[in-house]
Design a protein around this ligand. Structure first.
Ligand code: PLP
Length: 474
């Protein structure tokens, strides 16, 4: 079975393609929550290690049958569970070819086409997000690795400034690095610090306001006390509220204190692609590094994120892999692996290139605006209902909701949990659960490529119906 006859490929791939088409065709009408939970899915997949091979078409048939009941619906129009994108069909098509072509995007010798697509898509991304055109950009798995890579560059840069070579000598005995970060920063920014030896808890946690924004005055005070190498981590688009830190004030102040400024903008940085929301990010382009996702608002399939670093040298130094068998690139040639932790890797440039070509600058702007409008529609529909409180200023695509807000804390937590469970059970839409300021909340994130006002209106009605059945069961 190990070798494939060319004529066997077509029936197998046609079958995969047909299964994919059937899934995407029906996903609009499917219950928004999976039919099977993890335990049920696991029972389905569980089997002893196969001792002998099987016909690939039979394997594919089993895969489709076993996976289907446990598939989530972010590709559907009424999925609001997390800020995760909808894998646009055009991006998926490019991604299929990426797999079929089997390119290793490690360097430009291993795949000239993959490297070239990345180089061009990187330039387009810098234009769309209006970040410094001379910045370097790496294609990573997501904002988690983008945060990691950017903070590795930051670590390299600020220690290099005081004469310490962290790539060669590590952190043992290095001058201490002060890290300032908002108390409501995304968990993955803290995880990146943990991976880099900078410590998750060994940080100055900056106070945040009721929207999760860093309180500018207290950050300025903290910055004024900074001495020596320092990194400040800011945020564009708070996970729960969509809020933005005050870049126009904080970036120059952090620079004044000698700090490298990193911005986690996994979804929020896309606000720059729309003329309506762009001002939320004013001043962000003066930072030193940025993390942003492709698989959120740009709707590329999973996985795809981008790390952008103003100082190309720090970026490249932090990610250097030196080996005798690797080609040394000519001056000016961009190798994908220079800007990411991995060597062998998926050619994410193809799907990114295809998505930007498919949507265009105006299509991306339309989508961002549409999702922000949808979020306001939902908030406006829910707000008048007694006992429902919209907890955030709906400035972007996030709506944070408390149910049973007219009851005590514990009772409100209970009503909120029950309402979320009921909404998921009813299956019209899928919403997220979160905890905000120590209390339970529902998170309604509008980000899917198929979502429009009609779909969110229908979903808001489903939320109200579920809530009413929880507080006044008939
Ligand atoms: C989603 C998100 C991340 C993590 O991104 P992944 O793509 O899941 O790795 C980091 N920061 C923010 C603000 C996010 O919304």
């Amino acid at each position: 079975m190990a070798r494939t006859r060319p004529e066997d490929i077509a029936p197998l791939w046609r079958r995969a393609c047909e299964a994919a088409i059937a899934f995407r065709h029906d996903v609009r009408d499917r219950a928004a929550a999976p039919q099977d939970d993890y335990a049920a899915s696991l029972r389905g997949f569980s089997a002893p290690l196969p001792e002998t091979g099987s016909d690939p078409e039979a394997v594919l048939g089993d895969l489709v049958r076993l996976a289907d009941p446990g598939l989530m619906t972010p590709t559907g129009p009424r999925f609001f569970g997390w800020v995760i994108g909808g894998s646009h069909p055009a991006g998926v098509a490019a991604d299929w070819l990426t797999s079929a072509w089997g390119q290793n995007a490690g360097n430009h010798e291993a795949s000239p086409a993959a490297s070239a697509a990345e180089t061009v898509a990187a330039g387009w991304l810098l234009e769309l997000l209006d970040l410094p055109r001379e910045a370097s950009l790496g294609f990573v798995t997501g904002a988690t690795m983008a945060n990691f890579t950017a903070l590795a560059a930051a670590r390299s840069g600020v220690l290099r400034d005081v004469g310490w070579d962290v790539e060669a000598d590590g952190l043992f005995g290095a001058p201490p690095v002060t890290v300032l970060i908002g108390a409501e920063a995304h968990a993955t920014a803290y995880a990146a610090l943990q991976l880099l030896g900078l410590g998750r808890d060994r940080v100055v946690r900056l106070a945040v306001d009721e929207q999760g924004r860093i309180v500018t005055e207290s950050a300025l005070e903290a910055l004024s006390g900074v001495d020596g190498p320092a990194i400040a981590v800011l945020q564009a688009g708070q996970l729960n509220t969509g809020a933005f830190d005050d870049f126009a004030t904080l970036v120059p102040a952090a620079h004044e204190a000698g700090a490298w400024v990193h911005v986690d903008g996994a979804f929020g940085l896309w606000a720059r692609a729309s003329r309506r929301t762009r001002s939320l990010t004013d001043g962000v382009d003066a930072a030193d590094s940025w993390a942003v996702d492709g698989h959120k608002w740009l709707q590329t399939p999973y996985d795809c994120g981008y790390v952008v670093v103003r100082d190309r040298e720090s970026h490249q130094r932090a990610m250097t892999i030196a080996a005798s068998y690797l080609p040394t690139s000519e001056a000016g040639d961009r190798d994908p692996s220079h800007f990411v932790p991995e060597l062998s890797r998926r050619a994410r440039g193809f799907a990114t290139w295809a998505m930007i070509r498919t949507l265009g600058r105006d299509g991306i702007e339309e989508m961002v605006d549409r999702h922000c409008t949808c979020a306001r529609v939902v908030a406006d529909r829910l707000r008048p209902e007694p006992g429902i409180e919209v907890l955030n200023d709906v400035c972007l695509n996030q709506v944070l909701v408390r149910f049973g807000a007219d009851r005590g804390d514990t009772e409100g937590d209970h009503v909120t949990r029950e309402t979320i469970a009921r909404i998921r059970h009813d299956g019209v839409c899928f919403v997220g659960g979160s905890s905000w300021r120590g209390r339970e909340a529902m998170r309604f994130s509008v980000i899917g490529t198929e979502t429009d006002e009609l779909e969110v209106s229908r979903s808001a009605e489903a939320v109200l119906t579920a809530y009413r059945s929880v507080v006044s069961p008939s």
